[in-house]
Ligand binder design. Structure first.
Ligand SMILES: Nc1nc2c(ncn2[C@@H]2O[C@H](COP(=O)(O)OP(=O)(O)OP(=O)(O)O)[C@@H](O)[C@H]2O)c(=O)[nH]1
Ligand SMILES: [Mg+2]
Length: 258
């Protein structure tokens, strides 16, 4: 899979690194950036899913990455917001010449959705959850317009990826080995961001992460038949899916400590 990405980079003029606006630092790969730079490729960072984060925060992330000398823009691919500026950045990077870009990034950052937004129609298949029906399995080239071609690549957790991103994006939700552990990590992050958000989404008051998972399971009727215990694994998977679906409002701040 990483090989697919390296292959696409080598066949492109410009590398478009797609990060999730909610977790820009955790979904960027300095390793892939420095590899691309070493190969002489121009890099554009695209902060996608901008609709899930307030504009002033997006501006801060943009300023942060721009200060590092990387062209950066933010967009909301599925809402077709920011596509004109993205097209402009790509043309600029290609100096008006015909050329090829590649979209790279962690699973589920919206690479295929960006291809569709640039093309103006649904051409690349997309999916809401890691490795669920429609995710990108191999590199594929698309024609964006009469001068620009784009490689769509499979989402890959790069070698410098965090354990958390690996756990939450690296596997299909139903195959996560310990969904409760992953959900508890996620709950902790969300609570630190906004202590009321999970009560708002699930309409449940709770004392801690496990209590929340138990109450979600009970509320949805996910109970072990044998001993009537709540199926917290199922609740944990649901919470992870809700995060992927953008139902829970959570984002990192550029000022946070990592
Ligand atoms: N809210 C929101 N959701 C988005 C946006 N862009 C993409 N998505 C959603 O994010 C999910 C993943 O989108 P994809 O385009 O399949 O992501 P990908 O990076 O190609 O995923 P892989 O091929 O698995 O690596 C889908 O459910 C999209 O609808 C966006 O701008 N805003
Ligand atoms: Mg894809």
């Amino acid at each position: 899979m990483l090989w697919d990405v390296i292959n696409a980079i080598s066949r492109s003029d410009v590398v478009v690194e797609v990060v999730d606006a909610r977790e820009p630092l955790l979904t960027r790969s300095r390793k892939i950036e420095s590899y691309s730079a070493k190969k002489g490729k121009k890099i554009i960072i695209v902060i996608n899913k901008g609709d899930l984060v307030p504009k002033e925060i997006l501006d801060k992330w943009k300023a942060k990455f721009s200060n590092e000398g990387i062209r950066t823009i933010y967009i909301a691919a599925t809402l077709h917001q920011g596509t004109t500026i993205l097209r402009h950045e790509i043309r600029e990077a290609l100096k008006g010449n015909e050329g090829t870009i590649c979209l790279i990034g962690y699973p589920k950052t919206g690479k295929s959705s960006i291809i569709n937004a640039l093309k103006g129609k649904h051409s690349a298949s997309t999916s809401a959850h890691p490795m669920s029906y429609g995710f990108t399995k191999s590199i594929q080239k698309f024609r964006i317009d009469n001068k620009i071609y784009a490689w769509d690549t499979p989402g890959v957790i790069p070698p410098d990826g965090s354990l958390f991103e690996r756990a939450i994006r690296g596997y299909p939700v139903e195959k996560i080995e310990d969904p409760v552990k992953v959900a508890l990590m996620l709950i902790e992050k969300i609570l630190a961001f906004n202590s009321k958000e999970l009560s708002r989404v699930y309409k449940i008051e709770f004392s801690d992460g496990i209590d929340l998972l138990k109450k979600i399971a009970v509320k949805r009727g996910w109970i072990y038949k044998k001993d009537k215990e709540p199926l917290i694994e199922e609740a944990a998977r649901q919470l992870i899916r809700d995060y992927h679906d953008g139902k829970i409002i959570y984002y990192m701040l550029p000022s946070s400590q990592y």
